[in-house]
Design a protein around this ligand. Structure first.
Ligand code: GRF
Length: 191
């Protein structure tokens, strides 16, 4: 399956997906990395790995989110993309784009959903005194950080954890979880 990864930042999850897909036995190809931000560090990593990249900046579109998404959608279809993996893509998507990729768009979120949708997940888990934290890969629906859960990974919260130390422990698991869940997911797609 041809997969596009959408990023806005450092792209460590994107890099983990690219690395996994370099194995000839991996059932998906990372065929495009698309960013809304030309400064995203992940773009350089993708280029270094020989993966095609594209920047579609949201700013020229102003308030017209759907026009920005239409440009993204066109790029995805132009590249023959079958599955979209959001990986630190920091723009909220409208029902327009979500609807076009219904059942074929995944996201990774740094909490054990349904706990802590949205931002600052690690600070919230610490604040609540949770004994464990983790990450979730889920299908994208209109509601933010909701949608069918495809996989989760858990880590312990340790004494003295800060949001940063906990984030680093969770991120390591994100890099294992996302490639594994994406592989399982594409194997279930109709040929
Ligand atoms: C990850 O924690 C991911 O779960 C969240 O944003 C972060 C992106 O990190 N959605 P990276 O760009 O993949 O390094």
């Amino acid at each position: 399956a041809r997969v596009a990864v959408l990023i806005s930042g450092g792209g460590s999850n994107m890099a983990a997906l690219i690395r996994a897909a370099q194995d000839p036995a991996y059932p998906a190809e990372i065929a495009l990395v698309l960013s809304n931000n030309a400064e995203a560090g992940g773009l350089e990593k993708a280029r270094a790995a020989g993966v095609p990249t594209l920047v579609i900046d949201h700013r020229p579109f102003g308030k017209d989110r759907q026009a920005h998404e239409a440009a993204i959608h066109l790029a995805l279809t132009d590249h023959g993309i079958e599955v979209v993996a959001l990986a630190g893509y920091m723009r909220l998507l409208t029902p327009w784009l979500v609807g076009r990729w219904s059942g074929r768009m995944l996201n990774i979120h740094p909490s054990l959903l349904p706990k802590y949708p949205g931002l600052h997940t690690h600070a919230r888990a610490l604040e609540a005194g949770d004994p464990e934290a983790g990450c979730t890969v889920h299908l994208v629906i209109d509601e933010v950080d909701a949608g069918e859960i495809l996989g989760q990974a858990r880590v312990p919260v340790l004494d003295g954890d800060t949001p940063e130390t906990l984030a680093a422990r969770v991120l390591e698991q994100e890099h294992r979880l996302y490639p594994a869940v994406l592989a399982d997911f594409v194997r279930t797609l109709p040929a």
